[in-house]
Design a protein around this ligand. Structure first.
Ligand code: PMP
Ligand code: GLN
Length: 399
């Protein structure tokens, strides 16, 4: 092709029309927005959920080993065998589920990709999907991209529990999927055995699929067990269970997660995954496999590790004006600011980032309609060094 032709096609006067958006109502995510604001104002960033400490040195060493020993070409589409085997072993040890690493486990580019592929695997135009508000921000747009309809049911009360009567009333012949997120971002609530019992009753005679977004599976506190969908054979039979190594190993930037699902669901999941990312980078997969095998105690210690951080943060804030209900799980703590101000949460989160130098996440943005958020609360991430938590608490106690 001659350079004249190329220049004519893309010269400065050639302006492409804006595409017709499939998500015209969607802006930049709150996590990106608040982290950018925190950076601009030099604020302590307790907004976007990520640790301010690094992953285990031995894990970093293993990844470095593979990176420098020739493990840099495409791995298999579904993930490297040692990692899938290690995940299968972990799922069996923790949840007594025997699953086949070849036909039931797929390694993904973070839980985000797994959520996309799982939703797209089962949701067709006109299908309804039940999500609980406040809902993690990716569910609703991905459902709508499939032509599906997200049916938002608010969690209720100070404990953000599921109103099972409302779920029952919402189910009809168009209901294709229910998305469960326990431990729950942004509220820190966790499901009980009774929730599982109620779910079982509602779906047993239906064709409804389930997604278990369980990225905080190792952050359940006060000796409560994690109600993974992997634990219940009848529920697992209709489930995509999703987790994230980013959370478990303090390496959110690596973006490696996985989906465990019965063979017929995994087959469809991989049909999409192979065209979304095809696969996930090789050295990190091998490094994770080694670390999972050598150090299973790492994830077993996580509940205590994060519970200590939750307790420290809550103790430090005890003299403050905030109303605090300690999180039952995740690495997020909601702080009810209703005794301090009646400003809307998104206004306050922005103001405190700029004026106090502390960034948080407003929770009303996770509702279909912010007006439905009855809470005056902000979300603070406590996956931080104790010194950072002390600094943050000092500021918050002055309010
Ligand atoms: N689900 C929930 C509830 C999350 O909080 C997150 C983000 N941290 C994700 C999914 C996405 O995880 P990943 O970073 O592994 O894509
Ligand atoms: N899951 C993280 C949080 O809740 C953010 C992930 C992201 O930035 N997309 O803060």
């Amino acid at each position: 092709m001659s350079s004249t032709l190329v220049n004519a096609a893309v010269g400065p006067s050639a302006v492409a029309p804006s595409p017709v958006s499939k998500l015209p109502d969607v802006g930049t995510t709150i996590f990106t927005t608040m982290s950018a604001l925190a950076q601009t104002h030099g604020a302590i960033n307790l907004s976007q959920g990520f640790p301010d400490f690094d992953g285990p040195p031995e894990l970093l060493e293993r990844v470095n080993y593979y990176l420098t020993h020739g493990f840099n070409q495409y791995p298999p589409m579904m993930g490297v065998a040692p990692l899938r085997q290690a995940i299968a072993q972990k799922v069996e040890d923790l949840y007594a589920l025997k699953c086949d690493p070849d036909s039931e486990i797929t390694v993904t580019a973070g839980a985000t990709e797994a959520l996309f592929c799982a939703i797209a695997s089962v949701v067709h135009a006109g299908d309804e999907v039940i999500v609980f508000d406040p809902a993690y921000d990716s569910y609703d747009p991905v459902i709508r991209l499939q032509g599906g309809v997200a049916v938002h049911i608010p969690l209720t009360g100070p404990a953000f529990g599921v109103d099972w009567q409302r779920v029952k009333d919402a189910i009809n012949e168009r209901t294709r999927l229910i998305i469960i997120n326990t431990p729950h971002n942004p509220t820190g609530s966790v499901w009980s055995e009774d929730d599982i019992h109620q779910l079982r009753e509602l779906v047993s005679d239906t064709n409804i699929y389930l997604i278990g977004d369980e990225v905080y599976e190792h952050m359940v506190f006060d000796q409560q067990g994690h109600t993974s969908l992997c634990r219940y054979d009848d529920l697992y039979a209709r489930s995509f269970v999703i987790s994230s190594f980013g959370k478990t190993y303090h390496v959110t930037g690596w973006k490696v997660g996985y989906c465990v699902a019965p063979e017929q669901l995994t087959t469809e999941f991989r049909r999409l995954h192979q065209y979304v990312t095809f696969t996930v980078n090789t050295p990190v997969q091998h490094g994770l496999a080694d670390f999972l095998q050598a150090r299973p105690e790492h994830h077993l210690q996580l509940p205590d590790f994060y519970q200590a951080k939750r307790d420290l943060f809550c103790e430090l804030l005890a003299p403050s004006q905030f109303k605090i209900r300690p999180a039952a799980g995740t690495y997020f703590q909601l702080l009810d600011y209703s005794q301090i101000t009646d400003e809307p949460d998104h206004v306050l989160a922005e103001r405190w980032t700029k004026e106090l130098g502390i960034a948080s996440i407003p929770i009303s943005v996770f509702y279909q309609d912010a007006e439905h958020c009855a809470h005056k609360a902000l979300r603070f991430c406590f996956a931080k060094d104790d010194a950072t938590l002390r600094q943050a608490a000092e500021i918050l106690c002055k309010l």
